[in-house]
Design a protein around this ligand. Structure first.
Ligand code: M6R
Length: 621
């Protein structure tokens, strides 16, 4: 979690750092800070503020801060409350060494004890604060060694995951970067007189002039930037090659384009996102697909019999839909797995038989990445279904498909979810076409995928005012149940997650058949249920379950198929959607739930883009 920005060049660092922080804000936003070295006046400016980035900006706006080298950070608290003392950068005892850090130093308590015994003073509770002091101590013990060498020596003392940027008044025109697990990238222009550092590839779109080349640091490397030079070594000082990152997204995506929030923009741009993700991948003549990212290893991929679909949060919900698709159409044993749990299970895995598919919008989620490392070590073929081009999981998997939907900025995942399901449908076709998926099923998949963007475009505009009104009608309730069966059970889970994470309303999802095994006890006239009830193979069962809720006075909002005459006689409110092929219905049925959560958050006065306690990219385990 947390976002890191750094800059070295000949321009004023302050505005570049602040703008850069905005691009990594979704990684954490409970405090922010920056340090800028003003070599002309031989001083380092240092500012931190708890709360939103706005607080730091308010502090800095009236100040004219000289200096062309700086580091900045936006925090998502792991150790210690979000306060000024715990905000980054952190400094050594003399205020010469400034450090920003992402990740967790697991043995920080032990190291801090030693440092205190050696006379170092600490002001906060974060694990990060030990780093400048460790470096200060190392420099004190080895006065002839330069900052870079001393930094190298302390890295081996720190256990855990980290991405660090160090600014030292003793090496004023350089920044030192170190990375173990947590991602860190930098860019430069051809003259190499300017460097931009970020924990997120998205930052580089803001400054194409400093991002002529973008480089991701390989794991366990140390970089010294400055004086027109780039030195990359591993922790043993062996030179390492940089990993180039392609930049193929445009800044246009990172704007709200007239919408009040990124979340609204991302909900409404789903037709475009689906068109982009599907474009050029389906071959109607053979009712099949061609997925460029899998071509090289096609034979090996197709030889597998069992697939593990692994992700977290929304990406896990998509993987559940994927599991049902693979089982029903690709003739494969499929398991949907929560990454943070999967890592610690002892499963019999067979490299010849098994395949893993990692689903992640950001491509940086630590739990998912941990599973990639684990499974690669066990020689399991790992594929990625990732949105962020050049992200760590995409690079680690090496094989896979990109979502190609542009950055998703709102913390609540929306367009990524629907595009993940569309891609899982493409992957089902990929396997199905070489196994025994029938021509008629393949044709239905292709036709439905092709028609979905237009269907959503029409539906979303009809639904929008209805759902806004629905949110007003239901805003007094503090608990919600979300029910769905078979393909729409994951949709219900996703609907409940959306409502929880941005409107802070308690919401639970159940497979509708499970409701009578316990949750039904909660139902009263104060506990409404969202019921996903398309006219599909499980319709009759859903109708019975809906009646069971109504028999207990529970308010029901049903989402049903246009033309349905039965649901209306049971539910209190019905939102109608066009008929849709059942296996792909979660793509359409998740959209009203996204809109409902969005309007609930807005009605309650919350910013849906930056929900409390969360961050877009979860890079801690
Ligand atoms: O970037 P990823 O897809 O790996 O992220 C996984 C989850 O952290 C993410 O989907 C999270 O649950 C969203 N905030 C849900 O809206």
């Amino acid at each position: 979690m947390c976002g890191i920005i750094g800059y070295i060049g000949n321009r004023e660092a302050k505005p570049i750092l602040l703008r850069g922080l905005e691009s990594v804000l979704y990684r954490g936003y409970d405090s922010a800070g920056l340090s800028i070295r003003d070599e002309k006046n031989k001083t380092t400016h240092y500012y931190r503020s708890p709360g939103k980035l706005e607080n730091l900006k308010k502090k800095l706006d009236p100040l004219s801060i000289g200096g062309t080298v700086g580091i900045a950070h936006t925090r998502w608290a792991t150790h210690g409350i979000p306060s000024e003392e715990n905000a980054h950068p952190h400094r050594d005892c003399h205020g010469k060494i400034h450090v920003v850090h992402n990740g967790v130093i697991e043995n920080h308590a032990e190291l801090k004890k030693q440092l205190i015994a050696e006379g170092h003073r600490f002001f906060g509770q974060t694990d990060t604060e030990i780093i400048p002091h460790l470096l200060e101590e190392e420099k004190k013990q080895n006065p002839t060694m330069n900052t870079r060498e001393c930094l190298r020596r302390i890295l081996s003392k720190m256990e855990g995951a980290f991405a660090i940027v160090v600014m030292d008044a003793d090496g004023p025109d350089s920044l030192f970067l170190a990375r173990k697990e947590s991602p860190l990238l930098f860019s430069y222009n051809n003259e190499q007189n300017e460097f931009l550092i970020s924990s997120d590839p998205g930052t580089f779109y803001l400054y194409p002039d400093i991002a002529q080349k973008v480089v991701a640091m390989p794991p366990e490397t140390l970089v010294a930037l400055g004086g027109g030079k780039i030195e990359i070594t591993d922790f043993e000082s062996k030179p390492q090659s940089p990993i180039s990152v392609p930049m193929n997204e445009t800044e246009e995506f990172a704007q709200k384009q007239g919408f009040p929030h990124f979340m609204a923009k991302e909900i409404f741009e789903q037709p475009k996102a689906l068109r982009d993700t599907l474009s050029g991948r389906m071959i109607s003549d053979i009712a099949g697909v061609k997925l460029g990212g899998l071509e090289q290893q096609k034979e090996s991929i197709l030889s597998k019999e069992k697939i593990f679909l692994i992700g977290c949060g929304t990406s896990f919900h998509a993987s559940l839909v994927g599991k049902f698709l693979f089982e029903e159409f690709a003739d494969m044993e499929a398991h949907a797995e929560i990454a943070s749990l999967f890592r610690y299970r002892k499963l019999p895995l067979h490299p010849k038989r098994d395949l893993a598919l990692f689903i992640s919008q950001s491509g940086e989620t630590a739990d998912t990445l941990g599973c990639v490392t684990e499974l690669k070590n066990k020689n399991i073929l790992c594929l990625g279904l990732i949105n962020r081009v050049g992200s760590t999981i995409a690079r680690e998997c090496g094989v896979g498909i990109y979502q190609r939907i542009g950055p998703e900025i709102g913390v609540a995942s929306t367009k990524a979810f629907t595009a993940q399901i569309a891609n899982l449908a493409l992957l089902t076709l990929f396997f199905g076409q070489s196994k025994n998926m029938s021509l008629s099923d393949r044709t239905l998949f292709i036709n439905t995928l092709n028609s979905l963007p237009d269907i959503i475009e029409k539906t979303i505009n009809i639904l929008d005012p209805q759902i806004k009104k629905l949110a007003e009608d239901y805003s007094k309730f503090t608990n919600f149940l979300f029910l769905g069966r078979k393909y729409n059970y994951p949709t219900a889970m996703e609907g409940a997650l959306k409502l929880k994470e941005i409107s802070y309303i308690h919401a639970e999802a159940y497979e509708s058949g499970e409701m009578k095994h316990g949750p039904l006890a909660m139902i009263t006239d104060q506990f409404p249920t969202f019921f996903l009830c398309p006219n599909d193979s499980v319709y009759a069962k859903n109708i019975s379950n809906m009646q069971e809720i109504k028999a207990r006075s529970g308010p029901v909002v049903a989402i049903a198929t246009v033309g349905d005459t039965q649901v209306d006689t049971i539910a209190d409110q019905v939102l109608y959607l066009p008929p849709i092929y059942e296996p792909l219905s979660p793509i359409l049925y998740s959209i009203p739930l996204q809109l409902f959560a969005y309007y609930m958050a807005v009605l309650k006065g919350y910013n849906p883009d930056l929900p409390r306690n969360l961050a877009k990219s979860v890079t801690v385990q």
